[in-house]
Design a protein. Sequence first.
Length: 253
Amino acid sequence: MDEARALSRVLGGTDKDVKAYFFALPKAKLKLVLDRYEAAFGADKRQYAEEAFPYWATGRRGMSGLVADRLFQLLPPMMPLADKYRLTESLWNHYGPSSRKVLRIGPDVTADQVAAAFLAHVEGLLVDYRIPEPLEARFAWLSAGDVTVKQQLLNYLVQREREVVAEGVRLQTPVMLEHLAVDAAGQTTRIAHVVKVGKHELEILADRNATGLSLEEPSPKFGRSSGSENNIGCLIALVVVGVILWLIFSGAG
């Protein structure tokens, strides 16, 4: 159990995806891992691993922390960078930075201006962000001591966060601004849309009464779906009128 807990710490607490990767190895690559395992720990250890492998893979038998640590330490030098990206992304979803903000935009702004403002916001988040210990341990494990590989993994995460979130902003902003523009009656004063990537949340709030754009702290209504504030106000007024009429007629009775 001590070895299992130690391994979990090294892998950042997300060792399930590492096991899934290991169990899905093609036969040729699995043989290479076992060959190196035998060279490092002996033929008897290799024989046990070969016999136990199908039971580990199906969950019928648990892999001890000691054996897992020995086997998994052989993986990083043999893993393609694409697989390291995938495993690192999984960890990022567990331990990555989080934020909740509102980007209020007026009818006078363009989609490019909104995307640029958000990119600047995300850039600041990532520059100020300090990688927690579980991420550092996982990067060290995946890079196997290779500083260049570690930098590639870090750059991948930064680029992924920035590009994916910004793309969502670019796609949604024109739709929201167009909706305000074609609403000649002015019934819709605000439209909100929440963009989520990992643990970052941004509410893009298109506000007819706003000018330019501003980044704000979220209100208690953060994450509310798009809607018309005027229509909601009318609904509340109707409810109040109904209550008054009910009191009048019940009192008259």
